[in-house]
Design a protein around this ligand. Structure first.
Ligand SMILES: Cc1cc2nc3c(=O)[nH]c(=O)nc-3n(C[C@H](O)[C@H](O)[C@H](O)COP(=O)(O)O)c2cc1C
Length: 185
């Protein structure tokens, strides 16, 4: 038997995105955003509360980075989601993350997070708080590459389980896209 539940966007996997920004003094900030994902081949969409320091920084610079949260850094990834730079100005210090400058945008890259999307702000809707992001560069650490390609098993991205408030690692390969379905054609 099936049943109806309260409306909730519990889609799996829900990525753990870490948005990196600089403030007006060049101080780096990072925040955890799980209400976001792919919008197109070269675009992301993320729901960001306008009161976050991150959003103030994005309004200022119109540029930012989006990195994937990873297994090894789960504590720091959660920390940047529970502490605001509005209250703790140098909030990143506790993460131990090393800040590098992004290649193509005025925003921080965190050395410990190997997959980073360098983005520009396309639009922000005040009512829905949805931010459209244009990816202008994908900044990748060699450590997660196999034969020059991003290897998700090396990356070990975490996903957010919004029902149990847990972080989970992405699972096994179970099929071949654009191929397995052909057997039913
Ligand atoms: C698992 C998790 C997911 C979150 N997802 C979002 C989100 O999608 N959008 C959002 O506005 N805040 C989200 N937050 C809350 C922000 O990360 C948090 O308020 C943070 O302190 C904002 O930092 P800032 O003020 O320094 O930018 C999330 C927090 C956690 C722990």
């Amino acid at each position: 038997m099936r049943q109806s539940m309260k409306a909730k966007s519990c889609i799996y996997p829900q990525p753990v995105l870490i948005i990196g920004t600089y403030d007006e003094h060049g101080v780096a900030d990072a925040m955890n955003a799980a209400w976001g994902g792919v919008a197109d081949f070269d675009k992301l969409i993320i729901c960001v509360d306008h009161s976050h320091k991150t959003m103030k920084n994005i309004f200022l610079k119109k540029e930012f980075t989006v990195s994937m949260g990873i297994r090894k850094e789960v504590v720091a990834c959660d920390y940047v989601g529970v502490v605001s730079a509005n209250d703790v100005p140098n909030k990143l210090k506790k993460t131990g993350w090393h800040v590098l400058k992004a290649e193509k945008v005025d925003a921080p890259v965190f050395e410990e997070l190997p997959l980073t999307f360098e983005c520009t702000l396309m639009s922000y809707d005040e009512e829905t708080e949805l931010m459209m992001c244009q990816i202008v560069n994908v900044n990748v650490d060699d450590s997660i590459l196999t034969d020059g390609k991003i290897d998700v098993s090396k990356l070990e991205p975490i996903t957010y389980d919004s029902v149990y408030h847990k972080y989970r690692v992405l699972g096994d390969v179970v099929g071949n896209a654009f191929k397995d379905g052909l057997q039913l054609k």
